[in-house]
Design a protein around this ligand. Structure first.
Ligand SMILES: *Cc1c(COP(=O)(O)O)cnc(C)c1O
Ligand SMILES: [Zn+2]
Length: 415
């Protein structure tokens, strides 16, 4: 029986174009190995016959399960219960001088990052397949997300993080009951060790590097943006890029709604990396293969020196007519404070990297007040309080009297 979702027709390798039937392959292309990431194929004619804009307008589902016809899930009986997606899209009118700026706050997901979109789909698949334990390598958020969903589903969870992952993320992993391996090395080292352990112990692999279902979950953020803007696609969408899985999903989501006739175009996608780790930007600009790098950035969630979804991401950005850019850490930290203070949305460094990229694009004039722009905010600022303190400044020390407060306010010229 085809259990990979009613409308999935197969899987296509992004490197050699070989197509697999549902059930024929689990993770990556048999011929290409790790380089052969798979793309999930659907029968869009069939989907178009049974799924319309009117269905969405009528839908009362306040999660990303409102897009079931476009998801690779065979049975609704095994859907995870943690409510994911349908996050707010705030109109941040006038911020950065842009009357038509929108901020998609994906810190409002169950474990406070966009990763939950991907995990929920992977866990629905894992439940259909009856797996007994789940695992992933993670810079932090993917692990936290998997740990949350595993806890809700009662499954053991094994997470491999680099030893220098921010402590709030490690706390979140531990409190959710995951077994956490703090690997003495980079995310790349954690990835390699996790791959070995997953093969040795037979766990289900949530790593976006190999699991083709994760992009399918991440694409729902683009579908929501379309709906929340009444199917008027914005001109530009700014996306933070680490491994490239979010960008791949964002492109796929916009392209699918266009294919179904729900929208009229795909927006220009602008991928933003940290200057201290921008191998996808380099591959994009240099029209070349990816050269892995040593990551050096405070934006730990995009500190991915050897991205695996880079081909899909680069193709998506190109097909959209967009581009890749990179911003330095001080711009990311400044963006953290500026976004929080102008909108009330508090993001971690990777979460605000797209906003920092947009700020730079406004300064250089490549985004103007005529543009309708959406910026993805992908993770909560509470996940990295150390960076937040670097971005935030200091508390005002005072004694216990009102005079102390008055003096302090006068010093700050606030009264
Ligand atoms: C994982 C992550 C990203 C980057 O996503 P990729 O799919 O690795 O490109 C961006 N922001 C946050 C908060 C993340 O956790
Ligand atoms: Zn292949």
């Amino acid at each position: 029986m085809d259990r990979s979702g009613a409308r999935v027709t197969g899987f296509k390798c992004v490197l050699c174009d070989r197509v697999y039937a549902p059930g024929e392959v689990t993770y990556t292309c048999v011929d290409c190995g790790l380089e052969g990431i798979l793309d999930v194929l659907y029968d869009y004619d069939e989907i178009a016959r049974e799924f319309s804009r009117a269905d969405l307008e009528r839908s009362i589902e306040n999660s990303h399960w409102r897009y079931m016809p476009l998801l690779p899930i065979g049975s609704e009986e095994t859907l995870p219960v943690l409510r994911t997606g349908w996050t707010p899209l705030y109109h941040a009118e006038g911020v950065l001088g842009l009357p038509n700026l929108y901020v998609k706050d994906d810190s409002m997901n169950p474990t406070a990052s966009l990763k939950d979109r991907a995990t929920s789909v992977a866990m629905a698949r894992a439940a259909e397949e009856g797996v007994s334990a789940v695992a992933a390598a993670s810079t932090g958020n993917a692990g936290c997300s998997l740990a949350g969903f595993a806890a809700a589903q009662g499954l053991p969870c094994y997470i491999f993080v680099p030893a220098d992952a921010p402590s709030p993320k490690v706390a979140q992993l531990l409190v959710l009951g995951a077994t956490v391996f703090a690997v003495d090395g980079t995310y790349g080292d954690a990835f390699d060790l996790a791959s070995e352990a997953i093969a040795a112990f037979g766990w289900y692999n949530r790593s976006c590097a190999v699991n083709p279902y994760l992009v399918e979950g991440k694409k729902t953020v683009a579908l929501e943006v379309c709906e929340q803007l009444d199917f008027e696609v914005p001109d530009k969408v700014f996306v933070p890029v680490g491994d490239g899985c979010i960008m791949s999903g964002v492109y796929k989501g916009f392209a699918e709604f266009e294919k179904l006739g729900f929208t009229e175009k795909v927006p220009e996608l602008v991928g933003v990396q940290a200057e201290g780790c921008d191998p996808i930007r380099e591959a994009f600009d240099g029209l070349c293969e990816l050269v892995p790098c040593e990551a050096d950035t405070c934006a730990d969630s995009i500190a991915c020196g050897h991205p695996r979804n880079w081909r899909k991401a680069v193709r998506g950005v190109r097909a959209s007519g967009g581009r890749m850019m990179a911003v330095p850490d001080d711009a990311i930290l400044a963006g953290m404070a500026e976004l929080a203070r102008s909108t009330g949305v508090f993001g971690e460094p990777a979460g605000v990297t797209a906003f920092a990229g947009l700020a730079a694009a406004v300064r250089e004039g490549s985004v103007t007040p005529d543009d309708t722009v959406v910026v993805l905010m992908t993770g909560s600022g509470l996940k990295d309080t150390e960076s937040a303190m670097r971005a935030a400044g200091e508390a005002v020390p005072v004694g216990r009297s009102l005079e102390d407060v008055e003096r302090a306010l006068r010093d700050r010229a606030e009264i």
